[in-house]
Structure formats: structure tokens, C-alpha cells
Design a protein around this ligand. Structure first.
Ligand code: PGA
Ligand code: ZN
Length: 424
């Protein structure tokens, strides 16, 4: 099949928060059409690829006309005639074309949507599902899901300080059972919230709105929900995304609900207390992105018992992963394609982490769409874990449901990563 690119077409569509985002279609000579849609974060790391937004009054400044114009004016002509299967070459071209260290000129949103569309087109040209195109003959497994039950931080008007209270169905036999277990926990949590008169809708990623007086109240409620759903023997464990950059900097932490400021050591002591008291198996961004000493100290004290994930701290960057590993600052990486800005750089970050013995968690953003590519990346790259937000709202469910379809396509040969996906 002739997989050379004949056309690159960008348009404005709308994300799960009702904000503008970039969609790109890539057309190939053989008639294949691939599509990419840029997601968007709310609690972004300061070293991420930068989104190009229009600013001004319209849509709160979130317009993407400049990003779309750049694709039409510069990216489309540069890609014309290129072979869509040459992903790395194309991604290098995109990076060079942008010419800035943080992709600010053409925009990380323009670049990732284009890069994703090229990948999708190449898989379609090969007449393979994307996960299979990526995996080739390699063994793959369905990822352990990390699913949000309460959403806080920047995704819930800072109602509580901690951003994500999630569960991991480590004891499931397969992905079908894993999702069914989470469905029961989500339902039980909603019931407990309703019974206590605290059910107040859902946050940005579909988790229950955290109408709690303290961060630990949410943890307690989550532990109760797991029990109420009938899981008492470690089949469903807790994962926290602290997203501490949102309330900490320069070694001072000011979580509003705790009513006082903490030094790095005091904040770590608080987290260690929670890890000791609750069935927690994973903690993301425990301290702020500028607090390397804190990341090292937390990993040293907790890294033998829990997965320590760098998100804002590592921003899906292979060099940052290697630097962090050299000082033992994490033992896992969150993999978000739009933090890197191209598919190839995303993969490089994942491979760097894997080669260092870390675990890898492919992740959606708080601003999402109907696009399901990350489910395919998680399986095709055999990442081991996938984090997509909660178990509600179709921009989230689309990804979980896609895993079930991939599971069915794999048939009886589909292993589930489960507990083995964790580094501890
Ligand atoms: P974000 O949140 O997409 O708003 O950055 C997700 C996360 O922090 O993991
Ligand atoms: Zn995070």
C-alpha cells in the first residue's frame, strides 16, 4: 500500500470541558485516513510541551486558531509526500519545524494531534488495529487500570487538596473483571456520599465531587467504599495523585484543608502516615515538581512499599526520567503524549523508564475527547498500567470500553497485567 501523506487537515473541535481543541486528519495516497485529537491538562507541569492558545476574550483565551493556522501554513506542506510509517522521522521534522525547546511556536497541541494522526493513518494503511501495529509480534497484556473515585484539586474547584483518589483492581483475573470491580466501588462510593448527604455531582474526570471537610475524610470514605463493594482482601487497592505542585513550592506546602503550612519533611510524614493507615499501593507527585530532595526522600522511605509516580516531575521526558533514576527520585513514570508533544518522544520516555526497571502508566488528561488512542498505546507498548480518570462520562468510558474490545480481539491469549504491573 502507498502510505505517503497526501493531505493534512486541521480543525477546531471541543473537548470534555467544552473548550476548543485541535483535531488533525492525515490522508494517505492509498486512501487511508488517520485522526489525532489533542487532549489538555489543567494541573500542568511547568516543563511540559506548551499549548498554543489564542488568548483574548473568546472562549476564555483557549481558542486554537493560531495552532490550526500553523498546521495549514507550515506542517501540512512539510509532511506532504512523507511516508506515514516513518513516525520517528516525521516527529523529528515536527520538532525541528517548531524550533523551540518547549514547542511553544507551533504549539504542543498542534504537534501532538498531527503526530497521533500520522500514527493512526499508518496503522490503518497496514490494515491493523493500532495496538497490533505498535506491538508487532511482541507479547502484550491488558493494563492494570487506575480509576478515579473522587476527583479533587484543580479538577474540583480545589474542594480538597489531593487531586485524585483512585483504585486499582489488582486482584482481578482479567480486564473484564477488573472494570466490573471498579464499577461496584464507584457505585458504593456514590451510595455512601448520598447516604451522608454529601453527593454533589462529579468533578472534571467523572469522579464524585469531593464534598469533604478534610483530605483524610475522602481516604476514609474510599476505604469504606471498597469494603462496601465487598472487597476486603487487597483485591482493590488505593492510588493517590497528590499533584503537590498545585499547593507546594520552594519546600513549603499549603494544603488548604489541613489548615497549616508544612515543610517538605512534615508533608512527607503526613503522606507516610496515610500509606501506613490505608491500603495505598501507588502515590503520584507526592511533592512539588521543583522538590527533587523531597522526591528522593519520599521514594527512599516509601518506594519499597508503594509505586512512586512522577507526572509533573517527569513530564514524559526521557532525559528527566534518566536524571530522576540516577538519584532514585521515583520508581514509575506517567506517560502523557501531549506532555512530550510527539508520539516518538512519548515512546522514548516509556522505553527509558522500562530500561531502568521502572513501571509505566499511560495516562489521559483532565481535558479529553472521544479519542481512544491511549488505550491502544497502553496495550501496544505493553505499558502495564492505564489511567484515564473515573468510571463515568463517555470521554472516560470510551477508553475503558476500548480495552474490552482489544481484550476480545486478543481472545483467550489476552493476559491482564494486574498486580505484576507494579514495581513493588
Ligand atoms: P491534568 O491532570 O490532565 O489536569 O494534568 C491529570 C494528572 O495530573 O494526572
Ligand atoms: Zn498527575
Amino acid at each position: 500500500m502507498n502510505s505517503s501523506i497526501t493531505r493534512v487537515q486541521a480543525r477546531r473541535i471541543w473537548d470534555s470541558r467544552g473548550r476548543p481543541t485541535v483535531e488533525v486528519d492525515v490522508l494517505l495516497a492509498d486512501g487511508s485516513v488517520g485522526r489525532g485529537i489533542a487532549p489538555a491538562g489543567a494541573s500542568t507541569g511547568s516543563h511540559e510541551a506548551v499549548e498554543l492558545r489564542d488568548g483574548g476574550e473568546a472562549f476564555g483565551g483557549y481558542g486554537v486558531q493560531r495552532a490550526i493556522d500553523g498546521i495549514g501554513r507550515e506542517i501540512a506542506p512539510a509532511l506532504a509526500g512523507r511516508d506515514a510509517r516513518a513516525q520517528e522521522e516525521i516527529d523529528q521534522l515536527l520538532v525541528a519545524l517548531d524550533g523551540t525547546p518547549n514547542k511553544a511556536r507551533l504549539g504542543g497541541n498542534a504537534l501532538i494531534a498531527t503526530s497521533m494522526a500520522v500514527l493512526d493513518a499508518a496503522a490503518r494503511s497496514a490494515r491493523l488495529p493500532l495496538w497490533r501495529y505498535l506491538a508487532g509480534d511482541a507479547e502484550v497484556s491488558l493494563p492494570l487500570p487506575e480509576i478515579q473515585i473522587f476527583g479533587g484539586g484543580a479538577h474540583a474547584g480545589r474542594r480538597v487538596d489531593i487531586q485524585d483518589f483512585l483504585v486499582m483492581p489488582v486482584g482481578a483475573a482479567d480486564i473484564d473483571e477488573a472494570l466490573a470491580m471498579v464499577a461496584e466501588v464507584y457505585r458504593a462510593a456514590g451510595q455512601l456520599m448520598a447516604d451522608s448527604g454529601r453527593r454533589a455531582g462529579v468533578a472534571d474526570e467523572g469522579g464524585w465531587w469531593p464534598d469533604f471537610d478534610g483530605n483524610e475524610d475522602a481516604l476514609q470514605m474510599l476505604a469504606r467504599a471498597i469494603e462496601k463493594a465487598g472487597y476486603r482482601h487487597g483485591e482493590v487497592m488505593i492510588s493517590l495523585d497528590i499533584a503537590a505542585s498545585e499547593f507546594g513550592r520552594d519546600g513549603v506546602y499549603r494544603p488548604a484543608l489541613e489548615g497549616r503550612a508544612f515543610t517538605t519533611d512534615e508533608w512527607i510524614a503526613k503522606l507516610l502516615d496515610w500509606v501506613a493507615k490505608y491500603p495505598i499501593l501507588s502515590v503520584e507527585d507526592p511533592v512539588a515538581e521543583d522538590d527533587t530532595a523531597g522526591m528522593i526522600a519520599f521514594t527512599q522511605q516509601a518506594g519499597g512499599r508503594v509505586q512512586v509516580i512522577g507526572d509533573d516531575y517527569l513530564v514524559t521526558n526521557a532525559q528527566r526520567v534518566r536524571d530522576a533514576a540516577a538519584v532514585k527520585a521515583c520508581n514509575a513514570v506517567l506517560i502523557k503524549p501531549n506532555q512530550a508533544g510527539t508520539i516518538s518522544e512519548t515512546r522514548q520516555a516509556l522505553l527509558a523508564a522500562r530500561s531502568l526497571g521502572w513501571s509505566t502508566v499511560v495516562s489521559a488528561r483532565s481535558g479529553e475527547s472521544e479519542d481512544v488512542m491511549i488505550a491502544h498505546l497502553a496495550v501496544g507498548w505493553n505499558a502495564g498500567q492505564l489511567k484515564v480518570g473515573s468510571f463515568a462520562r463517555s470521554e472516560r468510558m470510551a477508553k475503558w470500553n476500548e480495552l474490552l474490545r482489544i481484550d476480545a480481539a486478543l481472545g483467550t491469549r489476552a493476559p491482564y497485567a494486574g498486580r505484576r504491573a507494579l514495581p513493588v
